[in-house]
Design a protein around this ligand. Structure first.
Ligand SMILES: *Cc1c(COP(=O)(O)O)cnc(C)c1O
Length: 387
């Protein structure tokens, strides 16, 4: 075991004094669940996205947001939703919550995101939606995917858990021509509220349905009930909704994290550039950069070992761990997990690119609390193993 005092974790949240003070202020305020700070976080998030036509709904996880978006779109039994095998299970599990079926497709090795040609080939009369993931913070090929989906009358819900801030065609993810975009503020994401998420949505009817379903199917949320002029005790239940609201304690963190999101991105991009330069001559495939002129959130820095690499992935992870460096693998593709494999009779040969990448990929630490010396240490350890 490496010395824990010198262990460089795979990820660490960057929580400043302003976040801590805001949480304390919330705790002293008497209003700790969804209230004024959650509302301000939504307003600030909309301002960050910079599109007046988009509403932002705070939720207690991205998983919740994805579920709400698909529910509001009317996805249900008999429907199919297409997504990538190269993702976390949350992307797909929400489809099953609704009794609909998941159609997994391969990734494009050039972007590590969903293969648009594979989407085209997977569309059937039952297909209702496509769920791209902006893997690692690099936008999926939206300029091709959006027109394809629209031609077939499919809804588009973006899993933007890695994609704050990311742009596609010069526009921030969250403002593209899709039905809903879902961000995650889980502990290791690009900004964090511990647990939390945000849905960006254009259609007011879709937003209204998500607001109701976010809190028990109530016609008004708790803050409105206790502050509006109409009878404070009155509400109506219009559906069997969920418990997906974000607390003000979490929103307090989010308010300050959001202000730092662009600075955080700049630091991660700097680390990525450093890695790129340091690994350019090694037997590896470097992670794809953004499309020309676009912003990559650099939530993940994923190396793929080339055939000439002197060690295999598992051995490299062990070597780095022995050197006191945490790394990870994103992801074990869904088609290898027993639930997905067995339910849909999936085999690795159906996803050659994702399978190939999975066997050779590892994610290196890339986060704002890393010092230049930390980055150098990762470079040295990787070079020692592969050089
Ligand atoms: C983290 C993550 C999620 C789930 O986010 P939560 O906020 O933890 O629910 C969904 N999709 C992807 C790709 C993720 O990485």
């Amino acid at each position: 075991m490496p010395d824990p005092r010198s262990f460089l974790p795979f990820a660490l949240p960057d929580i400043g004094d302003a976040e801590i003070a805001e949480v304390v202020d919330t705790l002293r305020s008497g209003w700790i669940t969804t209230g004024p700070k959650a509302r301000r976080f939504e307003e600030d998030f909309c301002a960050f996205l910079g599109d007046a036509g988009v509403q932002c709904l705070a939720v207690n996880s991205a998983t919740a947001g994805l579920h709400l978006a698909l529910e509001a779109l009317g996805i249900g039994p008999g429907d199919e939703v297409i997504t990538t095998t190269h993702t976390f299970t949350a992307t797909a599990e929400v489809v099953r919550y609704l009794g609909a079926d998941v159609k997994l497709v391969d990734m494009d090795p050039a972007t590590l995101c969903i293969d648009v040609d594979a989407v085209a080939a997977a569309i059937t009369p039952r297909t209702k939606a496509v769920l791209p993931v902006h893997f690692g913070g690099r936008a999926a090929d939206m300029p091709r995917l959006v027109p394809l989906a629209r031609r077939h009358g499919l809804a588009i819900v973006e899993d933007a858990a890695h994609a704050l801030p990311t742009t596609s065609g010069g526009r921030r993810v969250g403002t593209l021509d899709t039905d809903a975009t879902v961000f995650s503020f889980y502990a290791n994401k690009t900004i964090t509220t511990g647990e939390g998420g945000m849905v960006a949505v254009r259609d007011p009817a879709l937003a209204a349905r998500m607001k109701v379903m976010r809190l028990h199917g109530m016609s008004r949320d708790a803050f409105d009930r206790f502050t509006a002029k109409v009878p404070s005790w009155y509400y109506e239940i219009v559906a069997p909704g969920f418990k997906y609201n974000l607390t003000d304690i979490a929103a307090a963190l989010g308010l300050h994290q959001l202000r730092r999101a662009d600075d955080f991105q700049r630091r991660r991009a700097e680390i990525a550039a450093h890695y790129h330069a340091a690994f350019a001559d090694l037997p590896v495939v470097l992670p794809p950069g953004p499309a020309a002129g676009d912003v990559h959130a650099w939530h993940l820095y994923v190396l793929r070992l080339a055939p000439a690499a002197p060690v295999q992935r598992d051995a490299l992870v062990e070597r780095l761990f022995a050197a006191g460096i945490g790394c990870s693998v994103h992801y074990i593709p869904l088609h290898l997990h027993p639930y997905w494999r067995d339910r849909y009779a999936l085999a690795p040969a159906m996803f050659p690119h994702a399978q190939h990448a999975y066997e050779r990929m590892l994610s290196l630490p890339i986060y704002t609390r890393m010092t230049d010396a930390d980055v150098q240490r990762v470079v040295a350890a990787v070079r020692a193993a592969l050089g």
